[in-house]
Design a protein around this ligand. Structure first.
Ligand SMILES: [Zn+2]
Length: 181
């Protein structure tokens, strides 16, 4: 169960420099960002710096061997597929009569089209693969990522969500915030 704490403003006091995840002394700060779309158009962003220790920061970024293997294999396959798509477009557009632009006769434009398509295909597949690879994150990494997040904010208040109840309580005391359950 997570614990939400709302406080006024965007500057918070973090209890005695303790790491948000393990409560040991924090050595670094991590900037959390949350962006919201405004009804009137445009975006509203809130940034909060939270204390972490080195161990927990490393945990947040750690990748399991399985995750690394998956990402590597996915990158290789994405590249291969992208080259096939790009090559296919380069070859097939040669026989196309694309009207006044003369795309079919121009080898340069066909090569450019092939390369750009390959890049788009690779980019999309690789992004997809990276987010899919997060399924292989360790439980420790997931816990460290869940330690704190910006749950909500508006002009006057910021709501942080903590995984640890004890930390949330100390944070509430330090900021006279309103725990939202
Ligand atoms: Zn820590």
């Amino acid at each position: 169960m997570s614990h939400k704490v709302r406080y006024y403003g965007d500057q918070a006091t973090f209890p005695a420099g303790a790491c948000v995840h393990c409560l040991r002394p924090a050595t670094q700060e991590l900037e959390l960002t949350r962006v919201k779309q405004r009804l009137s158009g445009g975006y509203l962003a809130r940034k909060v710096r939270v204390p972490f220790c080195e161990v927990c920061l490393a945990l947040r970024e750690a990748k399991t061997p399985r995750q690394v293997r998956f990402e590597r294999a996915a990158a290789a396959h994405s590249l291969l597929l992208a080259l096939v798509v790009g090559g296919y477009l380069y070859v097939t557009t040669a026989s196309l009569n694309l009207g006044p632009w003369g795309l079919g006769e121009n080898g340069f434009w066909r090569a450019l089209l092939g390369l750009l398509s390959a890049q788009v295909v690779f980019g999309l597949l690789y992004l997809l693969a990276r987010s899919w690879a997060r399924h292989f994150q360790s439980a420790d990494t997931r816990a460290a990522l869940r330690a704190v997040s910006i749950a909500d904010f508006d002009w006057e208040t910021t709501t942080l969500e903590f995984a640890d109840g004890e930390y949330a309580e100390r944070f509430t005391q330090a900021n006279q915030g309103n725990p939202l359950g």
